[in-house]
Design a protein around this ligand. Structure first.
Ligand SMILES: [Zn+2]
Length: 302
């Protein structure tokens, strides 16, 4: 577990998502109250709690746990954290809140999406009592000491995806709304996962974010980045490349997801980062193929 300060009032706890450093963080925003943004998975909750202790934050000072969307690496640890942080309320888009209260269906869907190789790295969700879950889509959270967070809808990667603007710094907790920027592992690409990926929404979200002229993005995978326009532009380009790859593969017949994933995100097959690279690139290729086939079907049905 590694902690770094990313602004006057914001810290990042590297909770070693999927067993690796440099892959996932939980952000800690401190006013008079403390909010966590993103939870990692069930398996990373102990590192997040150790990080809070290292920051001398008492457990009952954490009042808010904000999730950007319903994927397990963003909200999978919410149940374990809520159990350990008795004063915290969990916020997520109300369209998916039921999955945190009753996670069985979500876990089955994630298992299909990430594949058997990566599934054991995700852990089991703990249900959260429904009264501790609140809708996040209209969230305006005043933590005191001028620290205010507000939600912005950023669909595409998933339909429920929200990002949280930090008004004090102007920065945005962007979740997976644009793409991964995992520099330590040389993995920089947008994730377009099965089963609910939407290309048009994703492109519109990236364009909308570019219009905001954000000074900084706090990426969940991974860390703060000040070259915001470059990162958003790069995500849009990589998306175009994937669309092109998928269109050509579909034109040639039955697409081979593994082969396409290896072409889109080439990665040496030498260690645990390879598992992450393969899982997320396969999931993205499969998500883009599924999106495109659904789009064609809808066009045919007029
Ligand atoms: Zn995600």
């Amino acid at each position: 577990m590694e902690i770094f300060q990313v602004d006057d009032h914001i810290w990042a706890i590297d909770h070693e998502l999927l067993g690796l450093p440099g892959v996932g963080v939980t952000y800690v925003a401190r006013g008079e109250e403390v909010a966590l943004i993103e939870t990692g998975t069930a398996l990373t909750a102990p590192q997040t709690l150790a990080g809070l202790e290292a920051l001398n934050i008492p457990r009952d000072a954490v009042r808010h746990i904000l999730c950007t969307h319903i994927h397990m690496d963003h909200c999978g640890g919410a149940g374990h954290l809520a159990a350990a942080l008795p004063s915290a309320t969990v916020y997520i888009n109300s369209s998916v809140a039921e999955h945190l209260a009753n996670p069985t269906k979500l876990m089955a869907s994630v298992r299909r999406a990430v594949g058997e190789e990566a599934w054991p790295l995700h852990g089991e969700l703990l249900p959260i009592p429904a009264e501790r879950i609140r809708p996040a889509e209209t969230l305006q959270l005043d933590l005191g000491r001028d620290v205010v967070l507000t939600a912005i809808a950023t669909p595409g990667h998933s339909p429920d995806h929200l990002s949280y603007r930090d008004h004090k710094s102007g920065g945005l907790f962007i979740g997976d709304a644009a793409g991964l920027v995992m520099e330590r592992w040389g993995l920089i690409f947008p994730v377009t996962p099965v089963p609910t990926y939407n290309l048009v929404a994703h492109q519109q979200t990236i364009a909308m974010l570019r219009e905001l002229n954000l000074p900084r993005i706090f990426v969940t995978h991974y860390g703060p980045h000040d070259d915001v326009d470059h990162q958003l532009g790069f995500a849009a380009e990589r998306l175009d490349e994937l669309v092109d790859l998928v269109h050509r593969a579909l034109a040639d017949g039955d697409p081979d997801v593994d082969a396409l994933a290896a072409r889109w995100v080439p990665y040496p097959d030498d260690g645990p980062a390879g598992v992450v690279a393969r899982s997320w690139s396969r999931m993205s290729v499969a998500g883009m193929i599924r999106y495109e086939l659904k789009r064609r079907q809808a066009a045919e049905n007029g």
